[in-house]
Design a protein around this ligand. Structure first.
Ligand code: PLP
Length: 403
């Protein structure tokens, strides 16, 4: 890929530029891996999302709010314009709501891009990425793209709180790099207590960035992490409209950090965003009841299903999010295949927890179908079941599990 001659002009320090450049050749062959890629790679075929029940990608079946839908319709006639002012307005609305300065907020088409870029510009061969395991895999793919080592630290209290083991993560971080904290965690839906996140921010090796992914934060009651940004800490917080706001296919998210950290992301470009996504995001932010209403809808369905599964004798993670891990006590891949045969697509396994499958919270109707199918699948043998063949897709060309 093209490497600029004057890296400083692009907002990258000389050191981080060379760290980044070292991984550039590897980067050329790796996509920005997202939940969509990972969920699709685990599906039996390029399943029509309108066919069967998809509780495998942590999507929100409610979709965009009514106000967001109307806002998108209303703005379509202006689709011939770039409307960068609307982009700035959305950033400013969010900043004001959160007591941040507008320069602390940068909008992207979802949070996958800033996640990938933050890892790329702050890790290298001697600047590792430290993650919790099981955890969201996307940052590991970004580190791999940049040639940086990945240090996986098992979740603490795996059969209980399943929180990040922050002390162990920091002990593993012997040189500066990125410490990735997903709160609530994907795939477990579990939260890490605020004081432990504070410990991570206070004790990360000097020069590190603590990347706090709050994709699911609206679904829980935990304290938010934006105050670290207000205090000028070396923290980047990610937010997305893909989860509670139901806009995964519309694409909108924020990176929140101090200007020096956000500026480094400019290396990858600062592009104009789709005006439909901006309009929907603005309408969602201005809808005062939306977070509370949706948190309750999703939370109620989650609680019912966790209760039901426990009553059937299954262990589940104490999720506060729109997904949870379910211990099938069998190879999880076989259970996924058994469910897929009934057109119920459940989420993938993580190598560290091979008997557990990730379930996304769907609508009450979808979850009733899940319960029925799961009962049937588990009442028979799943030994030897595998996913049916499917045509190879782009993500498969690079998809291998990261050891
Ligand atoms: N972070 C986490 C933890 C996720 O689970 C996801 C998607 O599932 C993302 C980030 C990225 O989502 P998006 O790019 O749709 O904002």
């Amino acid at each position: 890929m093209q490497i600029p001659l004057e890296p400083a002009c692009n907002g990258l320090s000389r050191r981080s530029f060379f760290r980044y450049a070292a991984g550039a050749s590897a980067l050329a062959s790796l996509p920005i891996v997202t939940e969509a890629h990972l969920a699709m790679a685990a599906r039996p075929h390029f399943a029509d999302p309108n066919k069967g029940i998809h509780i495998d990608a942590n999507e929100n079946p409610l979709g965009p709010s009514d106000a967001a839908r109307q806002a998108m319709i209303d703005i379509v006639p202006r689709g011939g314009r770039y409307l960068m002012n609307l982009q700035e307005e959305v950033e400013a609305i969010f900043a004001k709501q959160e007591g941040l300065a507008p320069e602390n907020v940068r909008a992207f088409a979802g949070s996958s891009d800033p996640l990938h870029f933050t890892v790329l510009v702050n890790t290298s061969a001697d600047h590792p990425l430290v993650v919790a395991d099981p955890g969201y895999e996307a940052p590991m793919w970004a580190a791999k793209a940049g040639g940086a080592p990945v240090i996986k630290v098992p979740l603490a209290d795996a059969k209980g709180t399943a929180k990040h083991d922050i002390k162990a993560m920091l002990a593993a971080a012997t040189s500066p790099g990125v410490i990735y904290i997903c709160n609530p965690n994907n795939p477990t839906g579990t939260c890490t207590p605020r004081e432990e996140i504070e410990y991570a921010v206070g004790h990360a090796p000097k020069g590190s960035v603590v990347l706090i992914d709050e994709a699911y934060i609206h679904l829980c009651d935990e304290p938010r992490s934006l105050d670290f940004v207000k205090e000028g800490k070396d923290v980047v917080v990610l937010r997305t409209f893909s989860k509670l706001y139901g806009m995964a296919g519309v694409r909108m998210g924020f990176a929140i950090g101090k200007p020096e950290l956000l500026k480094k992301l400019d290396y990858f470009g600062d592009n104009s965003l789709p005006i439909t996504a901006l309009a929907a995001a603005k309408a969602s932010l201005l809808d005062a009841d939306l977070v509370t209403t949706r948190k309750k809808i999703i939370g109620d369905v989650r609680k019912d299903n966790l209760t039901w599964l426990r009553s059937q004798g299954y262990a589940v993670t104490p999720s506060e999010s729109n997904c949870f891990m379910l211990d099938t006590r069998r190879p999880g891949k076989e259970v996924m295949a058994g469910m897929a045969a009934k057109e119920i697509f459940i989420g993938r396994i993580w190598p560290a927890w091979p008997t557990q499958v990730r379930i996304t919270v769907g609508t009450p109707t979808e979850m009733m179908a899940f319960q029925k199918a799961f009962t049937e699948v588990m009442s028979g043998s799943t030994a030897g079941l595998t996913m049916p063949d499917r045509p190879a897709r782009r993500v498969d060309r690079t998809f291998t599990e990261i050891a």
